[in-house]
Design a protein around this ligand. Structure first.
Ligand SMILES: NC(=O)c1ccc[n+]([C@@H]2O[C@H](COP(=O)([O-])OP(=O)(O)OC[C@H]3O[C@@H](n4cnc5c(N)ncnc54)[C@H](OP(=O)(O)O)[C@@H]3O)[C@@H](O)[C@H]2O)c1
Length: 344
């Protein structure tokens, strides 16, 4: 067994990580930190974890572990990265602090970066995108939820050459309230969120940088806050230069994902769930991707759905840690979501 700690364990992604690590065959959680809930049991904050016999401790007093998962707000990991690396052989950061390649990107999209010299040491985790480099990595930057949904949907079109990089791409993401974290504020409070389909980042969303970096082209990105607790659904409109058939699209998506353990292809068929749907993956590490052709407009519409708390954060982080440490990739993540289920 390898030892693991979760910094920022009282938050949403921290709680989800504790849930995953608790039943993981290769990890034993030895520390969960929270400044606000020090000495309280993890079950007192995360009711699904009642009985887990672990208490929150101070992040200033880190134990020595094999893997440290940082589930902290933007800016915390870059400030404490030396302490994290001293405490752990592998640091998996769920924040955006090490996702981008250059200080210039952090200047443009965030408030700069404290430790730009470390950016080159970090490996980005979508495992589907960067598996080989993740093996043995000592800083892993787990991908953002909106970016994960968009990249997974669009990647087959680039892999296959259907898109070359000069075409217009519009990405529209709808995301649930847990994306804002446990302290999500007014925008995520129940009365303000209930019944909402609210554009909250019509332009200039920070994840645009992440998507562009990893697809190598510019995208026009818009995000909506919707009345779900979990889930991110990306609808991507693309306009290939050359005519494309449905067969071409099936070929491209199958080629990219037939060997991927956590990506399911859902495109048409019968019944209610004919396209990717956050509800169908809620609570699981699966992503669903699919497409539809609009020949009259020379448009391809790509759909992608994930659970932002799983494939968009904690599940992706565990998947990446499995790869980094050489475990079975699917260890601790091989379960489906629930059906039927209420609003996830
Ligand atoms: N929610 C999502 O869907 C999602 C998806 C992908 C990525 N992420 C990223 O994952 C990170 C965590 O997100 P979240 O939704 O879990 O946030 P959250 O619910 O707000 O939790 C943040 C956690 O960090 C701790 N914390 C805050 N400031 C700290 C500091 N200075 N030092 C140590 N611990 C500190 C908090 O506990 P105390 O204040 O008690 O210490 C809390 O446990 C963020 O960077 C977020 O952008 C989130």
């Amino acid at each position: 067994m390898k030892t693991a700690s979760v910094v920022g364990a009282s938050g949403f992604t921290g709680g989800e990580l504790l849930r995953l690590l608790e039943s993981h065959p290769e990890f034993e959680v030895v520390q969960a930190t929270s400044r606000s809930y020090e000495n309280k049991t993890v079950g007192s904050v995360h009711p699904n974890l009642r009985g887990m016999g672990l208490r929150f401790s101070d992040p200033g007093d880190l134990e020595s572990v094999d893997v440290l998962f940082a589930c902290t707000p933007h800016g915390v990991s870059m400030e404490h990265i030396d302490a994290y690396r001293e405490a752990a052989d592998t640091v998996v950061d769920l924040s955006a602090d090490f996702r981008l390649d250059s200080e210039a990107q952090y200047e443009e999209y965030y408030d700069g970066h404290d430790r730009p010299e470390l950016l080159a040491d970090a490996e980005y985790a979508l495992p589907e995108l960067n598996r080989e480099n993740l093996r043995g990595a000592d800083i892993v930057a787990s991908g953002g939820c909106n970016a994960t949904a968009a990249i997974l949907g669009l990647k087959p079109l680039f892999d296959d050459g259907i898109l070359g990089g000069d075409e217009r791409i519009v990405v529209d993401v709808k995301v649930g309230s847990s994306e804002g974290g446990a302290g999500g504020g007014e925008a995520s409070s129940h009365p303000e969120r209930s019944g909402v389909v609210r554009p909250y980042a019509p332009t200039g969303h920070r994840h645009e940088a992440e998507i562009e970096q990893f697809l190598g082209t510019s995208v026009s990105f818009t995000a909506h806050a919707v009345d779900m607790t979990r889930g991110a659904s990306a609808t991507c409109h693309v306009y290939p230069d050359s005519p494309v058939s449905k067969g071409d699209l099936w070929g491209a998506f199958r080629e990219s994902y037939e060997d991927e353990p956590f990506v399911r292809l859902v495109a048409g068929g019968s019944g209610v769930y004919r396209y990717p749907e956050p509800k169908a993956v809620a609570g699981s590490n699966y992503a669903e991707v699919g497409f539809e052709l609009d020949p009259g407009n020379r448009r391809v519409v790509v759909f992608s759905a994930i659970d932002n708390m799983m494939k968009g954060s904690a599940g992706q982080a565990v998947h990446a840690a499995n790869v980094a440490l050489g475990f079975e990739e699917t260890a601790g993540l091989e379960f489906t979501g629930l059906h039927p289920v209420g609003a996830p």
